[in-house]
Design a binder for this molecule. Structure first.
Ligand SMILES: Cc1cc2nc3c(=O)[nH]c(=O)nc-3n(C[C@H](O)[C@H](O)[C@H](O)COP(=O)(O)O)c2cc1C
Length: 112
């Protein structure tokens, strides 16, 4: 999308937008894949640790070297169904801000 004729600043901004768009798209696709698998009773795990060996993974799976691997998501029949992971209350993990980015947590009521 970036032609030689545009200035470097805009080219850099467009490149960053393209990269972030790619990461966002893949992240949402992975989440949808994991939700669908869960609905089918399959187990999954989103894994980025294996990316330290991305070049080897590309060779084994014959993935073109020009491609970036964002995550490895094994899908399979779960050997066990663990209890759901306890989650912290929403108010502990979300910061609510107003138009001036001031914390307005106390003004927001969340039904858990
Ligand atoms: C971006 C991301 C990368 C992850 N990478 C790994 C990984 O490399 N290896 C692994 O065993 N789990 C990985 N996980 C899974 C997390 O360990 C798991 O989500 C976390 O333990 C919380 O478990 P829960 O999702 O069941 O609450 C990753 C999760 C995310 C969101």
């Amino acid at each position: 999308m970036v032609g030689e004729k545009i200035n470097k600043g805009i080219a850099k901004a467009i490149k960053q937008m393209e990269t972030l768009s790619g990461v966002m798209s893949v992240s949402m696709a992975v989440e949808n894949l994991m939700l669908y698998a869960h609905a089918r009773g399959w187990g999954t795990s989103c894994m980025t640790g294996p990316l330290v060996a991305a070049d080897e993974i590309k060779k084994i799976l014959k993935i073109p070297s020009s491609w970036n691997i964002a995550a490895v998501v094994p899908v399979g029949h779960p050997g066990e169904i663990p209890p759901p992971t306890p989650r912290r209350p929403v108010q502990q993990v979300i910061t609510w801000v107003d138009a001036d980015w001031q914390d307005v947590k106390d003004a927001v009521t969340v039904k858990e």
